[in-house]
Design a protein around this ligand. Structure first.
Ligand code: NAP
Ligand code: ZN
Length: 365
């Protein structure tokens, strides 16, 4: 049995864990707080961080220009801010978008990397220390070494990956999730389900990642009825945040697969939320993989108390509701893009271009 596992982020999950762990923030004199437009101001996370920094005698500046699906340019702008402010550590607050942007900012603030080199994966080995505070329960970015950036030149997303992009701390307080809309709660939950299911369909899957993935899939599937019909309470949100971190830990080892690679076009061209994009494709890709790895899929389904892939597809449809409309020509172009993507090649069984198109058609038409 072969195994390699490396996830160096310290995870603390607790009520008020930001305010209770000021030692986590004692890594520098001045923080650049990287966040989105408004949610961190409204859900209390920014105020909690500011209070802790004050108790540590650290100063801060706020970079709140991170958009959903952050661009490479946004990362460079944030790095410029970090350098101007002479920040020596980064605090990321938000969903995957601010957390991902923060990683690229932490990297670019201390490395002179040209855009083309960054996007080609020449990332360097150092970054400013980072503390990540997730306020959505989906991406698990707080425990991954990936920064996923919108790459307009390639009309898709490019994932930057380096060990130095693992945050030093991930501080998980479910109270920040209360303000999430139902739509974002559902879409992000499906993203984290996708991470764990894809982890088990990855060419890099391993026994330890599988153990973690099974736990996450069990937790999220236990909430399928509430994700479809509403009624999530604080306890459920805590479970989703925990499962999201587990899913991030899984993909930190296994990476994602064709599902994410294919989903990027749905986000780029149709503005479909990241998690929803994956959810729309996950059922059909699971069925595709079943032909080559039936025992793997049986394992995944059994975590959800299911025996048929059809049942999984039906549950996903009931949670995601009516699909957006697509033309065959659009899907044809998406298939070209996804067939070139690294994530596709990372699948346990890598689909050919025509198979990718077929999965798109079955999923979306
Ligand atoms: P997001 O783009 O970070 O946030 C979506 C929306 O939710 C934003 O409008 C945000 O508002 C709002 N929001 C965040 N927290 C909130 C809260 N507690 N209450 C109310 N509103 C809140 O969405 P996401 O799905 O978490 O992240 C998606 C990104 O993560 C994509 O770019 C995807 O590619 C990436 N991703 C990365 C990894 C990885 O391993 N690095 C894995 C999966 C996905 P504000 O803008 O005002 O904050
Ligand atoms: Zn994802």
């Amino acid at each position: 049995m072969g195994l390699g596992f490396y996830m160096p982020t310290r995870v603390i999950m607790d009520e008020e864990c930001v305010k209770r762990n000021k030692a986590a923030f004692a890594v520098g004199r001045k923080a650049l707080i990287v966040t989105g437009k408004s949610s961190a101001k409204e859900n209390g996370a920014l105020a909690d961080v500011v209070e802790v920094l004050g108790r540590n005698g650290a100063s801060y500046a706020v970079f709140d220009k991170v958009m959903t699906n952050p661009t490479v340019e946004c990362a460079y702008e944030g790095a410029e801010a970090a350098m101007e402010e002479e920040a020596d550590f980064i605090v990321a607050i938000g969903g995957g978008s601010p957390m991902d942007a923060a990683k690229a900012i932490a990297l670019l603030a201390v490395n002179d990397i040209e855009k083309k080199d960054l996007l080609a994966g020449r990332t360097g080995t150092t970054a400013l220390p980072m503390i990540h505070i997730p306020t959505t329960a989906g991406t698990g970015s707080e425990v991954t070494p990936y920064s996923v950036l919108t790459n307009h030149e390639k009309q898709t997303k490019t994932s930057i990956s380096a060990p130095c992009l693992f945050p030093s701390y991930a501080l998980l307080d479910p109270k920040y999730l209360r303000s999430l809309s139902e739509k974002t709660t559902v879409n992000t939950a499906i993203d984290s389900l996708s991470h764990s299911v894809e982890g088990m369909m990855s060419a890099r899957s391993n026994v330890m990642a599988d153990v973690i993935a099974r736990e996450a899939i069990r937790i999220i599937s236990g909430l399928f009825p509430k994700l479809a019909h509403g009624g999530l309470d604080d306890g459920d949100r805590a479970k989703l945040l925990y499962a999201s971190m587990l899913g991030g830990t899984v993909i930190s080892q296994t990476k994602t697969t064709a599902v994410h690679a294919m989903g990027y076009s749905l986000t780029y061209f149709k503005n479909i939320d990241h998690g929803r994009a994956n959810g729309l494709l996950l059922g059909e890709f699971t069925e595709y993989t079943e032909k080559f790895a039936p025992d793997r899929i049986k394992d995944i389904l059994s975590c959800m108390g299911m025996s048929e892939t059809e049942e999984f597809k039906n549950v996903l449809s009931s949670i995601l509701g009516e699909k957006e409309s697509f033309a065959v020509e659009e899907l044809d172009m998406y298939a070209d893009i996804a067939s070139q993507a690294g994530g596709t090649k990372n699948s346990f069984h890598c689909p050919e271009r025509d198979e990718i198109l077929e999965i798109y058609k079955k999923s979306l038409l």
